[in-house]
Ligand binder design. Structure first.
Ligand code: FES
Ligand SMILES: [Fe+2]
Length: 400
């Protein structure tokens, strides 16, 4: 805070309960795990927004998010067992149903289940992700993204967990592409990656729109940016943009992915990025595409951050990544090393923002305005979602 009680950028770093940004995040549904990473019958500990929880999928298939600790004596419930749709604590066997009611206290002669409750959080599955509402108030209506509701192939990528603040990802801009992703561009023969890019930003009813162009040209030169001329940020933390599909074997297919990325802080020093892509393929083509995406990416996800750490330690370079690595994975590694390498907001030293840093300038302004209003008890902007898929606008801009 400055001397007048106004929020400053570094005040947005903290996300725990009661922090300004933490309160703001808790006003929206957030993805917490990929649906395929939560098999039935196996409770897991979950950390989100600087808080711990327990997540499990009942044997009937419904995902539940409940408190981290058992209300009896505080043992982590992720150590326990799933029985039907209920969760049993490993310490003394108390059992809780999906609504957080205590339904059994096996050791007690005079059970007092009615007086014990386990905090639970509303959940919802959508686009291959499990969402939860982690706020204290009644949840707002769940928001579908019209772009992900079109008929087509939906793939939820392996979740990217990066050991740095969520702003390191929020601040990522369009101008980085020819530099950060140069090695992938060279390896895959993607000339479009090398054009120098600029963008203009405008605030919209849902967040912000970026209009992108090749440096020095009024419009997109030679279709280099294609549908990537437009991209969107849906407040508070969803990017939606359009990229040529990077799936191995589909690089020359002419297909474009719509890519939605939810960036959710795990704590002040770590975030999760939930990437979901929509690709306009249907029927058997869609099945083959999804199957090939999962086969390659799940395997590469095992080792991608080991490679990133070797690069950060100077033991290898991005140019040394294997030629047959899928471009989704190499893009992820390239972004990882630049973003994680920036370290915490505090202690980074003075920034020298330039005219091309318009995206992060507007995003920081919107966040400071809204979070400032929240902490001052003033009215917040009621962000609305676009009523039709934004891909239509991107297609029109690209003339396809
Ligand atoms: S601590 Fe969970 S049943 Fe005792
Ligand atoms: Fe990138």
């Amino acid at each position: 805070m400055d001397g007048n009680g106004h929020l400053e950028f570094a005040d947005l770093e903290g996300v725990g309960p009661g922090t300004p940004a933490g309160l703001y995040f808790r006003r929206f549904w957030q993805p917490v795990i990929r649906a395929r990473d939560l098999p039935p019958g196996r409770p897991k500990p979950l950390e989100m927004l600087g808080e711990k929880f327990t997540i499990y999928r009942g044997e009937g298939g419904v995902a539940h998010v409940v408190a981290y600790r058992c209300p009896h004596r505080g043992t982590p419930l992720s150590l326990g067992w799933v029985e039907g749709d209920t969760l049993r604590c490993r310490y003394h066997g108390w059992r809780f149903d999906g609504d957080g009611r205590c339904v059994e206290q096996p050791n007690e002669d005079r059970p007092f289940c009615a007086r014990v409750t386990l905090r639970r959080y509303p959940t919802r599955e959508y686009a291959g992700l499990v969402f939860a509402y982690l706020g204290d108030d009644a949840p707002p209506p769940f928001r579908n993204l019209p772009d992900l509701d079109l008929p087509g192939a939906i793939v939820a990528d392996p979740v990217e967990i990066l050991p740095c603040n969520y702003w390191n990802k929020f601040d990522n801009d369009h101008g980085h592409i020819p530099w950060v992703h140069r090695a992938t561009g060279l390896r895959k023969g993607r000339k479009d990656i090398f054009v120098l890019r600029q963008e203009t930003m405008t605030e919209t009813p849902f967040g912000m729109q970026s209009t992108r162009f090749v440096k020095g040209a009024a419009g997109d030169v030679g279709g280099a940016l294609g549908m990537g001329q437009l991209s969107y940020f849906i407040m508070p933390n969803i990017r939606l943009f359009f990229v040529r599909t990077r799936a191995k074997g589909y690089e020359d297919s002419g297909l474009w992915d719509s890519k939605a990325v939810w960036v959710v802080p795990i704590n002040d020093h770590k975030f999760a990025a939930f990437d979901v892509t929509y690709t306009p393929l249907e029927g058997k083509d869609a099945e083959a595409f999804v199957e090939s995406r999962y086969r390659q990416q799940e395997a590469e996800a095992e080792t991608r951050w080991d490679l990133a750490h070797k690069i950060m330690a100077g033991e290898m370079t991005l140019e040394d990544l294997p030629d047959d690595m899928g471009a989704y994975t190499s893009f992820a590694i390239e972004d990882y090393v630049t973003q994680v390498g920036m370290g915490p907001l505090k202690g980074r030293g003075k920034e020298n923002l330039a005219a091309t840093d318009v995206k992060l300038a507007l995003l920081r302004r919107l966040w400071l305005r809204e979070v400032g209003a929240l902490t001052a008890g003033k009215a917040l902007k009621d962000w609305t979602l676009p009523s039709e898929p934004l891909v239509y606008r991107a297609k029109a801009a690209a003339g396809v």
